[in-house]
Design a protein around this ligand. Structure first.
Ligand SMILES: Cc1cc2nc3c(=O)[nH]c(=O)nc-3n(C[C@H](O)[C@H](O)[C@H](O)COP(=O)(O)OP(=O)(O)OC[C@H]3O[C@@H](n4cnc5c(N)ncnc54)[C@H](O)[C@@H]3O)c2cc1C
Length: 356
């Protein structure tokens, strides 16, 4: 028995973690250079910033005990400060006290550390920079799956495959595949393809000086969906992310993460960073009431499939199990949340354990 997992985001890694005490050989195929997917962190000099998921909450007991009891906690950091809110008019208000009472977490070197901890605890074999383009099942050989990557290399055979990319990408992969069963192929792609996702651009803006914001405010959330900025936060509120300025007079003191709303992001998705920075700094400066025109440096990331807005049809996807096809990811929860992705991976691990 052997299992291939397509995608080393949190859902795939959580599934492998759930199977760590079995002797099932698990191989990950991940298109990017590292693990953790949309729970993404980048570094520049000594600065770390979370440009995908900005923090996470542990809302379920299972996720809470995984993070607080089972995985290493020496680098787990509670974020100081609250989330404030604003609407279309840009008027900033103190946020919801109940929501602000919930702990917000990241790690000292970024939120992607959660994926690295899961990968290490699972003993995962991860083939990075390997984009799977096709699955094929050998005729008459039961569930013997071969995976073909973008370089044309073949991997396998595997008795089971767990697919974890965002739903439309998994649907495209299945459409391009040879499942040997047209009805099943249509049934599974039909459960994934219609899931709508928010498209977002992230702009990261670093300033030599401290950018002013209301006292005790770590992040600002647009609550009516009508402002160009969906989320704005300050990485220096996260321990370890923005070291205090020392002798290096080029080091930034404030690093802002601006997640732009879908209506603003979609038409600009392919624009160069340089073209976007003046517009974003004007919007962020307008919201905070100060001139932020010249950041020390800036970064940009586009998320075509940032957050699912509806859930995939989990019952239909369960019909893939007989053919050795399993599914996980935040689309199964219908919610773009770190905890939802991990929960979905743990559930997939349990289904795989039962089936194999
Ligand atoms: C901008 C943004 C802000 C967010 N903010 C928050 C937040 O503050 N709090 C929160 O809880 N959540 C937040 N989220 C949501 C959270 O990051 C996701 O819900 C979660 O990380 C999804 O995990 P996943 O495993 O389902 O998918 P992914 O992380 O997308 O993992 C899928 C993996 O599959 C890989 N892949 C795709 N196609 C292929 C292929 N063909 N072959 C090989 N590999 C492939 C991808 O590279 C990726 O690593 C945010 C997400 C974004 C994008």
């Amino acid at each position: 028995m052997s299992l291939a997992i397509v995608g080393a985001g949190l859902s795939g890694l959580a599934a492998a973690y759930a199977l760590r005490d079995t002797d099932l050989p698990v191989t990950f195929f991940e298109k990017s250079r590292g693990v953790a997917g949309r729970a993404a962190t980048r570094g520049r000099g000594d600065v770390r910033y979370d440009h995908g998921a900005n923090h996470f909450k542990t809302k379920s007991d299972r996720f809470e005990s995984l993070v607080r009891d089972d995985l290493p906690t020496d680098d787990l950091e509670k974020i100081r400060g609250d989330v404030w809110t604003f609407e279309e008019d840009g008027d900033i208000q103190e946020g919801d006290p109940e929501k602000n009472a919930e702990a917000k977490w990241t790690y000292r070197d970024g939120v992607s550390r959660l994926g690295k901890h899961l990968a290490e605890a699972a003993g995962a074999d991860v083939r990075t920079e390997t984009r799977v383009t096709l699955l094929s099942r050998e005729d008459g050989a039961g569930n013997a799956w071969t995976l073909t990557d973008a370089e044309g290399r073949e991997h396998g055979p595997f008795e089971a495959v767990l697919l974890t990319p965002p739903a439309p990408q998994t649907a495209d992969l299945l459409k391009a595949s040879r499942l040997g069963d047209d009805v099943l192929q249509e049934h599974l792609t039909g459960a994934l393809a219609p899931v709508p996702y928010r498209t977002q651009l992230t702009l990261v803006l670093a300033y030599r000086r401290r950018v002013e914001r209301p006292d005790g405010c770590y992040g600002l959330l647009n609550t009516d969906g009508a402002h160009e900025i969906a989320w704005l936060s300050f990485e220096e509120e996260k321990p370890g992310h923005v070291p205090a300025p020392g002798s290096d007079d080029t080091a930034p003191e404030s690093v802002l993460v601006a997640q732009m709303g879908p209506d603003w992001s979609r038409p600009r998705f392919r624009s160069e960073r340089e073209a976007l920075v003046p517009e974003v700094t004007a919007l962020v400066g307008g919201l905070l009431g100060q001139d932020l025109a010249r950041p020390r440096w800036a970064d940009k990331q586009g998320w075509r499939y940032a957050l699912p807005e509806e859930a995939a049809d989990a019952d239909a996807l369960a019909d893939g199990a007989e053919a050795g096809l399993f599914f996980a990811g935040d689309a199964l929860a219908g919610q773009g949340r770190v905890g939802a992705a991990v929960e979905s991976g743990l559930d997939a691990g349990a289904r795989l354990r039962e089936a194999l």
